[in-house]
Design a binder for this molecule. Sequence first.
Ligand SMILES: O=C(O)CCC(=O)C(=O)O
Ligand SMILES: [Fe+2]
Length: 327
Amino acid sequence: MAAARERNESRQTSNSYNIPLTAIPRLSCTSPEANQLIKNSKPVILTDTNLVASALHWDLNYLASNIGDGKFTVYKSSSHKFKYYSDKKCQTVREFIPPMQQEEMSFQDFVNLLKQSKGEKKIYLQQALNDSVGPNIVTDFIKFNWKWVTDQQKTNKWGPLTSNLLLVGMEGNITPVHYDEQENFFAQIYGEKRFLLFHPDQYENLYPYPVYHPHDRQSQVELDSPDFDRFPNARNLQGYEGVVKPGDVLYIPMYWWHQVESLQNGGETISVNFWYMAGTPEKVTHPLTAQQKVAMTRNIEKMILQALSDPEEVPPFMRMLVVGRYT
Ligand SMILES: O=C(O)CCC(=O)C(=O)O
Ligand SMILES: [Fe+2]
């Protein structure tokens, strides 16, 4: 037992939660099952897409020497959690205190900060790749497997590619559970990340913040210490998990909840995602899918806010609408 614990301490480790988790399938991108999963908006880890094969030599030094001197958004957090918030929505909630700071800096300054800040402040670079990057990075980018990814976009009738977010994190960094309104091929380049995924039908178990809140699309439930008094359905949560290694691509379907963890003692991590707009649905059939219900809920919340104009009027209005009538 003690020996096992010791062995564990020197190895990459991941957090354990009291949540039933099923393994996300790991498949070849040539397998019919993999393509069926993507078509049906189910997550899958693809091991051989070569999507970012041309970037597998990227590490901190290579990026620092080649990425140019453009500015990158770097988040600073006093804990290992980096809970995203919308700058635009900060004014709508008076008592809101941002859980992390953001700063624009050169990649070189980010790497210097990384080397200094062993311990105290955690940092996480998250910046969409743009045309300020140097010529070697442009060459690697052009050699991404655009054929495969564009074939997927066409086959699944997604909208246009909106961005490629570059993420460079410290070991142990956590992006807490949230969903995005885009389709995502998440490509791992350096180090390993663990993903926890939850189907959109877990909405009532994950209690998202109101749409007007800066933490819109984020869950209010802390997976490592769920407050079951406030969020009793969190006891019913069930999900999926998988670890992505360099060269792997995870498909994160739109509206699927995800928490992302750079493994502890795993060193830094480098990833690039491929975000695509939703396709236009051909024909709506009933019953609606969980995804369609999330979209509908968002629209209704936005309408109510727009009509009332004051976010503080929304909670009592919602209670009046529902409590004792639909409960
Ligand atoms: O890798 C991360 O920390 C977060 C990535 C993410 O949430 C995304 O690509 O949608
Ligand atoms: Fe995300």
